[in-house]
Design a protein around this ligand. Structure first.
Ligand code: UDP
Length: 318
C-alpha cells in the first residue's frame, strides 16, 4: 500500500479523469477534481461527491488554477479528446493544451508536486513507422483540422520537459492510445461509442472509408492502472500506455454488431481529413519501467462497455 497522497485531477469529470478520480479515492487518496464541464459532466463523478476525500470544483484551467493546501500530484487530463469535440472547439483545445498545461505546471512547481501530462498517440499523427515507440517523432499536419489537438499536445509535452529542465519540476508524460469503457458519451462521435449506440438502436453502423484503417484499443481500467503506476514512479516518460491489440474499423464494427446481437447493417461514410491509417503502441517501455501491460481482453472489455450502455438507455439516443 502506497502512502496517501493529495492529488489534483484537471479534467477530472471527463471520461478518463472520472475513472482516475474513482480509483484514487478507492485507494485512499484525497482528490481535488477540477473541470469546466465543457466535455466532462458532474454526473461522471456524482457518486464520489459524498466522499470526504473528494472535492469537485468547477473552474476553467485556461484562466487560472488555484488549490489551497499541500498537493502531492497534479494530473492534467483537461482537454476535449474526441475528434468531433476538438473540431467543434479548436481554440478551446489549443488554449487548454497550452495555457491549461502552463497553469498545471505552475501549480506543481509551487507545491513541489509531481506533474503527469496526459498526452496522446496523436503526437505520432498519421505514422510512417509501425508500431509506434516513444522515440518516433511523428508525422503531423499542423495546419490540418486535427492539428489543433495534435499540436496542443505536442506543445504541452515540450512545455512539460521545459519545466522539468528549467524549474526542476518532477514530471511524467503518458501517451494514451485509443481507450474505451463505461462513461464514454454515446454521442461523442468516436468509433466505439458510435458503433455500440448505432447497434443498440438498430441504426446503420457508420464505418469511415473502406474501414481498413486500424486502431489499437485499450480498456479504461488497464489505462488507469498504467497512469497510476507512472504517477507513483519517478519516470519522466514519455511512455506509451495502450493495448497493442490492433483491429481494423470494419472488423471492430462487425464484432460490436455481433456482440450486441443487432440487425444493424454496416454502411460506409466519408473518411475524415488526415485520419491516421494505422496506430499501435510499442509498450516495451511501459513493461520495463512500470511493469505494466494490459490485463483485460478486448472481448470482455467490449461486453462490459455494451452492458453499461444498456444500463443507461437515456443516453443512447439517435
Ligand atoms: N470511425 C468510423 N466510424 C465512426 C467513427 C469513427 O469508422 O462512426 C473511424 C475513424 O474514421 C477512425 C477510427 O474510426 O478511422 C477511430 O476514430 P475515433 O474517432 O474513435 O478516434 P481517433 O483514433 O481517430 O482519435
Amino acid at each position: 500500500m502506497t502512502e496517501s497522497k493529495r492529488v489534483v485531477v484537471m479534467g477530472g469529470a471527463g471520461f478518463l479523469g472520472s475513472h482516475l478520480c474513482e480509483r484514487l479515492v478507492g485507494e485512499g487518496h484525497e482528490v481535488v477534481c477540477l473541470d469546466n464541464f465543457v466535455t466532462g459532466s458532474p454526473t461522471n463523478v456524482a457518486h464520489l461527491v459524498p466522499e470526504v476525500d473528494f472535492r469537485l470544483v468547477r473552474t476553467d484551467v485556461t484562466d487560472y488554477v488555484h488549490v489551497g493546501g499541500p498537493v502531492d500530484a497534479v494530473l492534467n487530463f483537461a482537454s476535449p479528446a474526441s475528434p468531433i469535440d476538438y473540431l467543434r472547439l479548436p481554440i478551446e483545445t489549443l488554449k487548454v493544451g497550452s495555457l491549461g498545461t502552463l497553469h498545471g505546471l505552475g501549480l506543481a512547481r509551487e507545491k513541489g508536486a509531481r506533474f503527469i501530462l496526459a498526452s496522446t498517440s496523436e503526437v505520432y499523427g498519421d505514422p510512417q513507422v509501425h508500431p509506434q515507440a516513444e522515440d518516433y517523432w511523428g508525422h503531423v499536419n499542423p495546419v490540418g483540422p486535427r492539428g489543433v489537438y495534435d499540436e496542443a499536445k505536442r506543445f504541452s509535452e515540450a512545455l512539460t520537459m521545459a519545466y522539468r529542465s528549467s524549474h526542476g519540476v518532477d514530471t511524467g508524460i503518458v501517451r494514451i492510445f485509443n481507450t474505451f469503457g463505461p462513461r464514454m458519451r454515446p454521442n461523442d462521435g468516436r468509433a466505439i461509442p458510435n458503433f455500440i449506440r448505432q447497434a443498440l438502436l438498430g441504426e446503420p453502423v457508420t464505418v469511415a472509408g473502406d474501414g481498413l484503417q486500424t486502431r489499437s484499443i485499450c480498456y479504461v481500467d488497464d489505462l488507469v492502472d498504467g497512469i497510476l503506476r507512472l504517477m507513483h514512479s519517478d519516470r519522466p516518460g514519455p511512455v506509451n500506455i495502450g493495448n497493442p491489440h490492433e483491429i481494423s474499423m470494419l472488423d471492430l464494427a462487425r464484432w460490436i454488431v455481433d456482440l450486441v446481437g443487432s440487425s444493424s447493417e454496416i454502411v460506409h461514410v466519408e473518411r475524415p481529413v488526415d485520419d491516421p491509417t494505422v496506430r499501435q503502441p510499442d509498450i516495451t517501455r511501459a513493461r520495463e519501467e512500470l511493469g505494466w501491460e494490459p490485463q483485460v481482453s478486448i472481448e470482455e472489455a467490449l461486453k462490459r462497455t455494451i452492458s453499461w450502455f444498456r444500463e443507461h438507455p437515456e443516453l443512447v439516443t439517435p
